[in-house]
Design a protein around this ligand. Structure first.
Ligand code: ZN
Ligand code: MN
Length: 487
């Protein structure tokens, strides 16, 4: 057993709901949590004789996402019917894209620790419509809500390039950041805007031989946590089954499993991969889409710097930690606010601290983003400069930032009004230091003797000075004076 090693191999299929105002092929509004079957019309109800009309916004969002994911965007793409029977699919087919997807190839860079990235290759990205929802909460019968039927989805399929649960999660988080940056999806997990289906198996090496465990597809995961946990669970489960039974991958032993959120396990759904016959064929009701170079250029002009590139730049250019750079680039509004503040002449690390320790907390409390806090980047830059110059302490700067959002006043004014200006006047501070030293002979002796108590005594003296100035002494200046007097 000691010569056994293994690695997990994961590919992902992801459905992302696009943030259009209306559905993919009809004018019904997309809104969440409405009364069942209140956002439907003959088209999305699949009534005979009704005709679908393509939503241009959905096509453009998909093009924009495909470009950001480095896909090749097809110059000619079409719509296909994927036939299957299910109560939440009244037409008995889903409009999707089969052999000519809008996007092919491409990749997503995921951030790893230490400022490194890993490239996960994509197979395709295509547009399709969502089905409705079956509800099984009514007792002895089931209900169907078709409000979701016809919602535009971007389906993204990756190559099996991920080798840990953490990498799978990183990819999902990165995709969420990308579609939010682009504004093509709200990517709200609670509303089911992103759904994941990982394909998982293991490559095992034992005694110089290689084995592959059968592939398991886990269906319909709608949180990062469930996604990560299901991959970790399957890794262990497949290893255990291999060690017990020696079963390896053959044709036809791929299975489908569901995720049980309560006990965090996967449950077998279908043992054998059926040879699905979806009878794909081009939808005769819809015209193909030709993406002209001009149209593609126009969409390309809406691209922005991607979050992972920004994150790496913040580490390299500004010397921020991976963690801080990740926090600042999590949302586009935060990243842009940060950069505008830096451009206004503030030190990046100082701004980073102000935003991560105070600004984002306020935005979070108020349920808005940085740009909606009512403060200008230039004013925050002034505040950062005041903190750098020692005019106010770091703690006071956070307090002032909050007051700025509440009053709209300038930081200089607020520092005065709130009595937060630090005293850096060496002459005045020296007088206070002398007074404190005279009042605390024992502590002075402890420091000078350099014994065990020296450090603590010095801290005590510094604290006394700060206290005498009601917290307004600049600790750096006081510290210098103390060092000089006590050496
Ligand atoms: Zn409709
Ligand atoms: Mn799909």
């Amino acid at each position: 057993m000691s010569d056994l090693s293994y690695k997990v191999i994961v590919g992902l299929e992801i459905h992302v709901q696009l943030a259009t105002r209306t559905k993919m092929f009809c004018g019904c509004a997309l809104s969440f949590g409405e009364e069942a079957n209140s956002r439907v019309c003959p088209v999305c109800l699949g009534m005979p004789g009704s005709l679908p009309v393509m939503n241009k916004q959905a096509v453009e969002y998909a093009m924009l996402a495909a470009l950001a994911l480095h896909c090749e965007v097809a110059s000619f793409t079409k719509w296909d019917r994927k036939s299957y029977y299910y109560p939440d699919l009244p037409k008995n087919y889903q409009i999707s894209q089969y052999d000519l997807p809008l996007g092919s190839g491409g990749y997503i860079e995921i951030p790893l620790e230490g400022g490194r990235t890993k490239r996960i290759r994509l197979i395709r990205a295509h547009l399709e419509e969502d089905a409705g929802k079956n509800l099984h909460t009514a007792g002895s019968f089931s209900q169907v809500d078709l409000n979701r039927a016809g919602t535009p989805l971007l389906e993204i399929v990756t190559e099996p390039d991920m080798n840990s649960a953490a990498e799978v999660r990183a990819l999902a988080v990165e995709l969420q950041r990308i579609v939010r940056y682009l504004g093509v999806s709200e990517a709200d997990m609670q509303k089911g805007h992103m759904r994941f289906e990982p394909n998982i198996n293991l490559l095992i090496e034992r005694a110089g031989l290689q084995f592959r465990t059968p592939i398991v597809e886990v269906k319909n995961l709608n949180s990062f946590r469930a996604l990560e946990r299901s991959v970790a669970y399957e890794t262990q489960r497949q290893l255990d089954v291999f060690l017990e039974t020696g079963i390896t991958m053959q044709m036809g032993n791929k299975s489908t499993r569901g995720w049980n959120d309560a006990d965090e396990t996967t449950v077998l759904q279908r043992e054998k991969e059926e040879a699905h016959d979806y009878r794909y064929f081009p939808d005769p009701d819809l015209v193909p889409v030709t993406t002209t170079p001009e149209w593609l250029d126009e969409i390309r002009s809406r691209l922005c710097e991607l979050p992972v590139a920004r994150q790496m730049r913040y580490v390299g250019e500004y010397g921020l930690s991976d963690y801080d750079a990740g926090v600042l680039t999590a949302e586009r509004a935060t990243a842009e606010f940060f950069e505008q503040t830096v451009v206004a002449g503030a030190d990046p690390k100082r701004v980073c601290n102000l935003l991560t320790q105070a600004g984002l907390k306020l935005a979070n409390e108020r349920g808005c983003d940085m740009s909606a806090l009512g403060i200008a980047p230039a004013a925050v830059a002034n505040l950062a400069q005041m903190a750098d110059a020692g005019t106010v302490s770091a703690t006071a700067a956070s307090t002032i930032l909050q007051a700025m959002t509440e009053t709209g006043k300038a930081p200089e004014l607020l520092a005065e009004e709130m009595n937060l200006v630090q005293t850096s006047d060496a002459g005045e501070l020296e007088r206070i230091v002398d007074q404190v030293l005279a009042e605390n002979v024992q502590a002075v002796e402890d420091v000078v003797s350099g014994g065990k108590k020296s450090k603590k005594a010095r801290g005590f003296l510094l604290g006394q000075v700060i206290q005498k100035t009601k917290g307004q002494a600049n600790p750096k200046v006081v510290s210098e004076i103390l060092d000089r007097k006590l050496s």
